[in-house]
Ligand binder design. Structure first.
Ligand code: NAP
Ligand code: ZN
Length: 347
């Protein structure tokens, strides 16, 4: 076992603070990674503060991890010391169940998330990327393309794949009108990815304060949702709306912006349920769907797509000591557009 330095939350109302723990002894199939950067996803905040009522304390959040391979086990064939790698939202999955499907493993029972999951047979939960190193099975390690900076690539491991997967699943491309709802960490990746896929992209943000950035990232249109005229102007306009909003909003208003038979996809995960009117979906046979991250194969495909198109996240580097103020700024939608922790600050 190796001792890891980290930051953990010890309770819903407690600030994250220094924490040390033992990483497991690496096996033949394991890759040991020195973590260089870790993005701050809104899910880290929901979890640190137990907003989804599923947190096991102490919790070490962080699932947008990039780093350098420190060592590999004897059976590891795809990675070697010094490689630039990433780890996303899960580090193991079901290998035995009858429904196992290699490219849907993130939807199968038995998923071991990078943090806050007590794996079968384990005493302790998994601890995530707000730490100096991590031990991960080779099959759950991703390669970072050489042309992508490790700090700005970190958010691709969650924000990037969470938008890439529904964009692919709902076959977005030239001629598709896509709206991205919420211009935060996930949302800005959605704008860049959908534009690179050739779609006509509209941003729906609370205000126009980030309009210039949105247009620069590839959006063709940008509307403020605090203006009722937006909802009149855009009735029936979209083939796909991806909602990245982390709070409860009136989905019925947005369902009316779909074309007939089009789909509103939730990736944002608000704490409380949101009521949906039957008429908002039966009129026009509209769909309301959800989507969660993506498989390992799809995550590598997304990273390679980003390598080809030179896509990374817009980031603000921060230190581990400033986590609490970073969290507060994320909650206020006051980050352009993803905080990434420089793990050198762990000391
Ligand atoms: P984020 O950076 O905080 O972005 C969320 C955006 O939602 C904000 O930038 C803001 O956009 C908008 N928003 C926030 N509060 C709002 C309100 N009260 N009304 C209207 N709009 C509001 O968060 P994130 O990291 O992108 O994560 C977004 C959500 O996705 C979180 O709930 C997170 O847990 C979830 N998530 C899901 C998955 C998945 O696999 N499905 C993966 C990762 C994260 P504007 O400023 O433009 O209005
Ligand atoms: Zn995330």
């Amino acid at each position: 076992m190796t001792q890891a330095k980290a930051y953990a939350a010890r309770g819903a109302d407690q600030a994250l603070a220094p924490f040390t723990f033992e990483r497991r002894t690496p096996g033949d199939e394991d890759v040991v990674i020195d973590i260089k950067y870790c993005g701050i996803c809104h899910s880290d905040i929901h979890t640190a503060r137990n907003e989804w009522s599923n947190t096991v304390y102490p919790v070490v959040p962080g699932h947008e991890i990039t780093g350098i391979v420190r060592s590999v086990g004897a059976k590891v064939s795809r990675f070697k010391e010094g490689d630039r790698v990433g780890v996303g939202c899960f580090v193991d999955s079901c290998v035995g169940c009858a429904t196992r499907d290699l490219d849907r493993e993130h939807y199968m029972p038995g998923l071991v998330q990078t943090y806050n999951t007590v794996a079968p047979g384990a005493d302790l939960p998994t601890y995530g990327g707000y730490s100096d190193h991590i031990v991960v099975k080779e099959g759950y390690v991703l390669s970072i393309p050489d042309n992508l900076a490790l700090d700005a690539a970190a958010p691709l491991l969650c924000a990037g794949i969470t938008l890439y997967s529904p964009l692919k699943h709902w076959k977005v491309g030239p001629g598709t009108k896509v709206a991205i709802l919420g211009m935060g960490g996930l949302g800005h990746m959605g704008v860049k990815l959908a534009a690179a896929m050739g779609a006509e992209v509209t941003v729906l943000s609370q205000t126009l304060s980030k309009k210039a950035d949105g247009l620069k990232m590839g959006a063709s249109h940008y509307y403020a949702t605090n203006d009722p005229a937006t909802f009149e102007a855009l009735q029936g306009a979209f083939d796909l709306i991806i909602c990245t909003v982390s709070a409860e909003i009136d989905w019925n208003l947005y369902l009316a912006l779909l074309k007939p038979e089009a789909t509103f996809v939730l990736v944002g995960a608000p704490e409380k349920p949101v009521p949906v009117s039957a008429f908002a979906i039966i009129m026009g046979r509209r769909g309301l769907a959800g989507s969660m991250i993506g498989s390992i194969k799809e995550t590598q495909e997304m990273l390679d797509f980003c390598g080809t198109h030179g896509i990374v996240s817009e980031i603000e580097l921060t230190s581990i000591q400033k986590l609490e103020s970073a969290y507060e700024r994320v909650i206020k939608s006051d980050v352009r557009y993803r905080f990434v922790i420089d793990m050198a600050s762990l000391g």
